[in-house]
Design a protein around this ligand. Sequence first.
Ligand code: GLC
Length: 426
Amino acid sequence: MFLTYVRSLPNNEEQGQYLALDLGGTNFRVLLVEFTSSKQKILDCERHEIPNDLRFGSGQSLFDFIAERVIQFAIRHQLVGVRIALGFTFSFPLHQHGLAEATLVRWTKSFNCSGVVGFDVVRLLKAALKRKMHKSIPYVDVVAIINDTTGTLISGALMDKNCVIGLIVGTGCNSCYVEKLENIEKWPFNYSEPRQVVINTEWGAFGENNVLDFIRTIWDRSLDYESVNAGKQIYEKMVSGMYLPELFRRVLLTLIERGVLFNGHVPLELLRPYSITTSSMSKIDMDTKLNSFRNTKTVLSELFVRCDYSDVDAKIVFMINNRITQRAAYLIATGIWALAKRIDQTDISVAYDGSLLCLHPYIKLWVEEKLNKFSSSTNKKIRLIPSHDGSGYGAAIVAALCYREKRPKIVKRNGKVYEVTSFLNK
Ligand code: GLC
């Protein structure tokens, strides 16, 4: 669990234009966001793919690549000669020392750049921006760094005042929630209002101390053993979009080897790790008994050039797929329920985002069903609310919040006027 230093949730006071940078998957995005008193709007958003060699190369090359795109984006928007604040959504575990100071604890998902773990990511980004910023080019000021779950929570909080949990189920899986300051033993600052702080749970790492072993299968274990981060992110490997299709592939292989599927013939394509995608799994899950597993058969024909499957094969494939996605949904619901029980509030809204939860036909429904069961004997009401583009908006909102908090405020005491500057984190 990590402190985020985000304490204020937005109250629609934020105004002006801000940049946001969102890095967490195989793409990164640069956004220009505008806040007016009545609404928030993404004025422009540019997406870039991160080549494989950069995801496994040196940190400096990665940040140079990103900085170059940020500067080009700013120039294109004629932000020349101005100072513009940037909020950075960096979706990896961070040890934060302040709102714009954070060292990378470890890479997760499909990243493994050298020279970043243990270093301040904001500094690395600032240094790369400095290398790219020349005279008369905009001055991009990195003012805040957040996790994608925090962004999702913040942008959910704009729509719903009961929103106290942020959830991402995409390539990776993680959550954050609002905790009372009094429960934080090592809070390094004062206990002034607001007496709360957002905690990034990094629950993807849950299970690294073997507590999930009693439900892990041989396929969970072999996937983990052969992954780039063996022994790490155990829960994430059971629930997120990057790993579910790989679990599916592994179970299929075992059943073929045991002669249960496809007459024991392995389609060549199935031998390639990570070759199945979540969209195939979603399509299979859309089958019903009534349509004779038509979708499953279509997916099998799309995935494998040569594969002789029977009706029974299709049914088994459907069932395996369904068990994997449903198990993921139930595990996610269990995680949310653990947080909900901790939060002293009856109505709890969970802002969610992420490709798996947003695009899969049933996962969200299964999560809700399970949560209803968990909460049926209590007075808690848990609602899942979509927070589209929280990781984009969220960073811009935090950048704006940071400015809001830093803006001098005028107070009157005993007839005298004072200027009070309250900082978000110090
Ligand atoms: C991984 C990252 C985490 C992020 C999640 C969703 O679990 O460690 O920081 O929030 O993926 O992108």
